[in-house]
Design a protein around this ligand. Structure first.
Ligand SMILES: Cc1ncc(C[n+]2csc(CCOP(=O)(O)OP(=O)(O)O)c2C)c(N)n1
Ligand SMILES: [Mg+2]
Length: 800
């Protein structure tokens, strides 16, 4: 294929464009009007949004893309994507017929749920866009470390709706991209000047243009199609151009909808008395006039291809392509067209205009002027489709069975994390070389400093540490180099998650395994939560270390206290959450995590804990800055297993157990103290250390499901732990987080539970006072026990 698109190719591309539009709209129509939707719900569709991007996507996929390029497609252009894949023989008719149905082609392109080679999932607008930027940085990271150099560099491309640019995460990403020297990234804005509800403000393109240029991007405006450019060259053409440039978005949309006669009337009224332009208008009939006015840059194949072909550098480029939402469909330009569906009668007219015979709607080459052989031959030459499997793989890196760490008598889990990474950083192991850390301006305060001192900061270009060269004493070595292994991000937590999402897909995108570890303060997970959810949804693999957490961060300030995060850890699909209390537990969990994030396998649950551990996932570690007395013990394989499964008896309950105290995380000393103080007044007390409420809960519900399917012997880890507990014993649970995190424990075997935790926040102070104030100190545990496990008065109540 010639690079600029020969006339022959262009005419085939034009046919393919029509075909893409037909298949996309038909797929939506089929799901709504043909398929039997027993529940009577319209499944909806985005025919207008598809029409808006059909030309650009045709140019991109059938001409411009190379196999190594990766694309995030605007969510509601999903039918276009599936149609293109179908034409390339990579999507099945069955999946299209089941569009938006169970296991059918997905409403929004999905890496994990679609079968037709989706590079990046989309759906929550803005996130796929940022993903391409961070994927480009991830590619640079991989190549700078000398990996994957046998493969050509890919371009990371986002096709985005103009209203997506309302999402702040895009600008956060742009700023970070500028700092990191972004390359090989294209964002193509489908500038149809319509969002879901409305027509967008005037002149946005100019703000975008300035913004992008400010951040070092090239901006290419695709405003006028070839027909318009030719008309502007005619006598009077300049007047027409000026009218177009000055026409408000609302009016342009309305006239597009109304068609040729309305155009003529409006143009004649407004510029018809200005000499040669009258002749220009009169030379065209209504239909031709409408075609001319609809001929915006984003619907002109030749202009689009020429603009794409003209990029001969690796700087980031933003294309602002003027388009019409609903282009060539009956509701083109109508403000309400976002969820608009063509009626069966309109679809019938459209089918005829496409020369498609009834019953041949799905035929790949139906209604085309070129022969099937010509089209096939063309498709065979499409560069994007010609390099085999684009979903890459990478070997697993053997994770160490155990991690070395010197445990001090009193230590916090956060300090333990720093020490563990420091030890990892000291060694010359494969695992250490593949770890890449990232933090949004909290590298030092999350204890990554020692690791960074050993492994350096990453930048494509070496940058010396001036403090060091000036011999100013500093604890930290802040040197940037292409071999550095820490990515220092600005404070935007959204960017941390987008970066983890990109780094965590390196094995499939770059064919090179990375082991990403991101650190941030626990409360700020909420700031990037949608990006975290998005990263998990597309099965990116990473370890998230959140510290400090809870009210235990005490003097750090009330505004920073986190309550809901343990529940997020439980509820977030694809993320295994842990909250260890002791550093040896953390070491066990981290060595598990380094392996777990690399797993991908069958979904069969293990009979041992009923977790689907073989499928792997990402990991969230909720840590604390509170130094607590460490337990001296051997980490036996059985203990390590129990820690990873989610819980173990720190003090096993006796046969007549009246009370169990179950705790998670930094409140371990309070739980231990309370149990000690109650030992004389309640028989056989058990003390349960819970390292992962998430995994305990998941194993339990999975075992319940298994029993309901008839596997009567299925038992989860928590059911085994509770097996010997008498019915009458009470359970007091406690954690520095929302009490619901552990409240469900009572449902496992029918015990009464008093869940303690934090429900309100904001008061700053020392840990002991805050624990007392919020009711998670030893005394609160004893008071709860006194009520839930009645017996003689507990003498130390009030003494703790
Ligand atoms: C985070 C988020 N908020 C809201 C939505 C709902 N939504 C889907 S599309 C859309 C507007 C799309 O407008 P634009 O991006 O311009 O695309 P167009 O349909 O014009 O192609 C909205 C608000 C969403 N998908 N994600
Ligand atoms: Mg739009």
């Amino acid at each position: 294929m010639t690079s600029s698109g020969s006339p022959q190719d262009l005419s085939i591309l034009a046919e393919l464009e029509r075909k893409v539009l037909w298949l996309a709209t038909w797929t939506i129509h089929h799901a709504n009007h043909v398929r039997d939707n027993a529940d009577g719900l319209k499944v909806g569709g985005h025919q207008a949004s598809c029409a808006s991007l059909a030309t650009i996507m045709t140019a991109l996929y059938f001409h411009t893309l190379r196999s190594q390029d990766r694309v995030a497609v605007k969510p509601h252009a999903s039918p276009n994507f599936h149609a293109i894949q179908y034409l390339l023989g990579r999507q099945t008719r069955d999946k299209l017929e089941a569009f938006r149905g169970f296991k059918g082609a997905q409403s929004y392109p999905s890496r994990t749920k679609d079968s037709d080679d989706v590079d990046f999932s989309t759906g929550s607008v803005g996130l796929g866009v940022a993903q391409t930027l961070f994927s480009s940085l991830a590619q640079d990271y991989v190549r700078s470390h000398g990996w994957g150099l046998a493969r050509p560099e890919g371009r990371m491309i986002a096709l985005l709706g103009d209203a997506e640019l309302d999402e702040g995460n895009i600008f956060e990403a742009m700023l970070e991209g500028w700092k990191q020297g972004l390359r090989n990234c294209w964002w193509i804005v489908d500038y149809n000047r319509q969002s879901l509800d409305a027509v967008v403000r005037e002149g946005l393109w100019e703000r975008y243009q300035n913004l992008f240029r400010n951040f070092g991007w090239d901006v290419v405006l695709l405003k006028y199609g070839a027909l318009q450019q030719a008309a502007f060259a005619e006598p009077g053409g300049e007047v027409l151009r000026r009218w177009i440039d000055n026409c408000p978005n609302q009016l342009y949309s309305a006239l597009v909808f109304q068609g040729g006669a309305a155009w003529r009337k409006r143009l004649t009224d407004e510029i018809g008395d200005q000499g040669p332009v009258t002749a220009l208008l009169e030379r065209r009939n209504d239909e031709e006039l409408a075609r001319l006015m609809n001929n915006l840059g984003g619907h002109d194949l030749a202009s689009i291809i020429a603009a794409f072909d003209a990029v001969n550098h690796d700087r980031p480029v933003c294309f602002i392509a003027y388009t019409i939402k609903g282009y060539s469909l009956p509701f083109a330009g109508h403000r309400d067209n976002h969820a608009g569906l063509m009626t069966p009668a309109q679809m019938e007219t459209f089918r005829k205009s496409m020369n498609i015979r009834p019953g041949e709607e799905w035929s790949r080459f139906e209604g085309l002027e070129h022969s099937a052989a010509e089209i096939e031959a063309f498709l065979d030459r499409v560069p994007f489709a010609n390099a085999g499997n684009r979903s890459l793989q990478a070997e697993r890196i053997a994770a160490p069975e155990s991690l070395a760490v010197t445990i001090q008598p009193r230590m916090s889990t956060q300090l333990g994390f720093g020490a563990l990474l420091n030890e990892l950083g000291r060694g010359d192991t494969a695992v250490a070389s593949r770890i890449v850390t990232a933090s949004p301006d909290v590298t030092v305060s999350t204890s990554l400093g020692p690791w960074v001192n050993r492994r350096g900061l990453f930048a494509r270009e070496t940058l010396a540490d001036i403090f060091k060269s000036e011999r100013i004493p500093s604890t930290f070595n802040w040197e940037f180099s292409p071999k550095g292994q820490h990515i220092e991000l600005g404070i935007a937590e959204m960017n941390l998650f987008s970066a983890l999402s990109a780094l965590g897909l390196s094995h499939v995108i770059n064919g090179e395994r990375l082991l990403p570890i991101g650190t941030l303060y626990d409360p700020f997970i909420a700031r990037g939560l949608d990006a975290l959810n998005y990263a998990c949804y597309q099965d990116a693999r990473f370890i998230l270390v959140a510290t400090p957490s809870g009210i235990t961060l005490a003097p750090e300030g009330g505004a920073h206290q986190s309550i809901a995060e343990p529940l997020i850890g439980m509820a977030q699909d694809g993320l295994a959450a842990f909250e260890p209390a002791f550093v040896d537990e953390l070491a066990a969990i981290l060595s598990f995590a380094l392996d777990y994030i690399q797993r991908e396998g069958g979904a069969e649950p293990s009979e041992r804990n009923w977790l689907r551990d073989e499928t792997g996932g990402s990991v969230y570690l909720r840590l604390s800055t509170r130094p607590i007395e460490q337990i001296k013990r051997d980490m036996t394989p059985a203990l390590k297993q129990a820690i990873v499964d989610g819980a173990y008896w720190l003090r096993a309950p006796g046969p007549n157990c009246q009370l169990v105290v179950a705790y998670t995380g930094a409140v371990a000393p309070e739980a231990i103290q309370a149990v000690g103080l109650m030992a004389e007044d309640r028989r056989d007390i058990g003390l349960l250390a819970i390292t992962s409420a998430d995994r305990l809960n998941a194993g339990w519900t999975a075992a319940c499901r298994a029993r309901e399917r008839g596997l009567v012997h299925a038992r989860s880890h928590i059911e085994r732990l509770f097996a010997g507990l008498p019915r009458h014993c009470g359970i007091v649970t406690v954690l520095d987080g929302h009490p619901a995190t552990l409240a469900w424990l009572g449902a496992v075997s029918g015990h009464r539970v008093r869940p303690l935790g934090v429900e309100h926040f904001g008061q700053t102070g020392p840990i002991d006072e805050l624990y007392r104030y919020y009711g998670i100190d030893a005394n609160a545990i004893i008071a709860a026990a006194q009520v839930i496990a009645p017996g003689r008065p507990i003498r130390y109540l009030g003494a703790a």
